[in-house]
Ligand binder design. Structure first.
Ligand SMILES: Cc1cc2nc3c(=O)[nH]c(=O)nc-3n(C[C@H](O)[C@H](O)[C@H](O)COP(=O)(O)O)c2cc1C
Length: 382
């Protein structure tokens, strides 16, 4: 049921793939921006089953399929992206100062393996542009249905990371439905070291303090986005820091530095983070481990190689409350969120779940039932 059906997009890919990946991406963003929302809604906006709704952090996600960070770095096409049927959109990664990122070419496709390698290095127009684009989106009436995440990172030349993250929180937190601290991109030197216990504790403490100052009694949930290349000890330490500091959630995972043997050599030789199909199992395994380590108490957004409903469902059953996609959009096209949602509702029904929330962690029940499962806690207090 979840095998990918051929669509008009599949027929067009040989032509689209004549363009360099980054040019195709820019063209897509422009086309989305210039297409009237009513037209996009007509083609893509489908009513999703109410069984797919997820209530988390006092936010209502109309469906669990989100667009991952990196697609709309400057928050310029958010409204149109919601029109494609996503339940949430994560804009960014944004940095304080504009930066051009690494030299091009810096995105590489491998259609045979449905994979992508990127070494973008956070190219973006900086926080001032991002904020002004966000203001335009937020002033739209009515605002598109769905939850807006903002993903923040540090500039390449910053030697004191907390300065950038706290400053970004000061400016952007009041506008976000949730905030993501990105410390897992492999393309900013030193960034992934912030996942080590000491630096992580220091950074998150500073960031939580700033959120409290900037947002008072109504702060947006704060999430941390992690790499898939963490060993068991690192993962245990991170789980313990996240629980101790009461971080609201984690995003698992960013791209991997691993290169499976079956990848064509010239593609595998490109430096950067690998995403798409080769990441599917690896990111699900990390979700499974983290869900156990935190007894299901820390909500997880699962991302990495999802291209169909079954792959999304596997991550949910391993412990993810929500999922995101990026690379599969390149290979499956703009109807992807709708297809996943439609088939996910069928998978839930087939397994006898009345709501998606019941399926979270179904394959991976927390071993410590006393403290487990944040959704059960929420249901009890509702
Ligand atoms: C071209 C490209 C750019 C990306 N840029 C970012 C980024 O700016 N910030 C971020 O947190 N993740 C970024 N990512 C990672 C994705 O958000 C996602 O975590 C990863 O690609 C795994 O999901 P996928 O296999 O569905 O692509 C990027 C991925 C790609 C392919």
């Amino acid at each position: 049921m979840t095998e990918n059906k051929k669509t008009l997009y599949h027929a067009l890919t040989p032509f689209l793939f004549l363009l360099a990946p980054e040019n195709a991406h820019q063209l897509t963003l422009k086309a989305l921006r210039w297409t009237p929302p009513s037209l996009l809604n007509l083609f893509f906006q489908k009513k999703t089953s109410s069984a797919l709704e997820v209530c988390l952090w006092d936010r209502r996600f109309p469906n669990p399929v989100g667009l991952a960070a990196g697609f709309d770095k400057n928050a310029e096409s958010i409204n149109s992206l919601f029109s494609l049927g996503f339940g949430f959109v994560e804009a960014g990664t944004v940095t304080i100062k504009p930066q051009s990122g690494n030299p091009t070419p810096r995105i590489f496709r491998c259609p045979e393996q449905k994979a992508v390698i990127n070494r973008m290095g956070f190219p973006n127009g900086g926080v001032a542009l991002f904020k002004s684009n966000l203001e335009k989106f937020l002033s739209r009436k009515p605002r598109a249905k769905g939850v807006l995440g903002i993903n923040i990172g540090m500039n390449k030349d910053q030697t004191e990371p907390a300065k950038d993250y706290t400053s970004l929180i000061r400016t952007l937190a009041p506008m976000a439905d949730y905030l993501t601290i990105n410390i897992s991109s492999p393309n900013t030197p030193g960034l992934r070291n912030l996942q080590e216990k000491g630096p992580l504790t220091e950074l998150l403490t500073a960031v939580l303090e700033e959120r409290k100052k900037s947002c008072g009694s109504n702060p947006p949930p704060l999430l941390v986005k992690l790499a898939p290349d963490l060993n068991d000890q690192q993962l245990e330490e991170i789980a313990s820091v996240v629980m101790t500091l009461k971080i609201d959630g984690v995003i698992l995972t960013n791209t991997t530095l691993e290169r499976p043997e079956y990848l064509p050599q010239d593609f595998a030789n490109e430096k950067g983070g690998l995403s798409g199909a080769p990441l599917t199992q690896k990111s699900t395994a990390i979700i499974r481990k983290f869900y156990q380590l935190t007894n299901g108490q820390i909500p997880i957004i699962g991302v990495g190689g999802i291209s169909n409903a079954q792959e999304a469902y596997d991550k949910i059953r391993a412990g993810a409350s929500l999922v995101q996609v990026y690379s599969a959009l390149v290979y499956e096209g703009p109807g992807l969120a709708n297809r996943i949602n439609k088939e996910l509702a069928e998978l839930l029904k087939k397994d006898g779940f009345k709501s998606l929330e019941q399926a979270i962690g179904a394959d991976n029940p927390p071993q410590n039932k006393e403290t487990g499962d944040h959704h059960a806690e929420q249901a009890k207090s509702a």
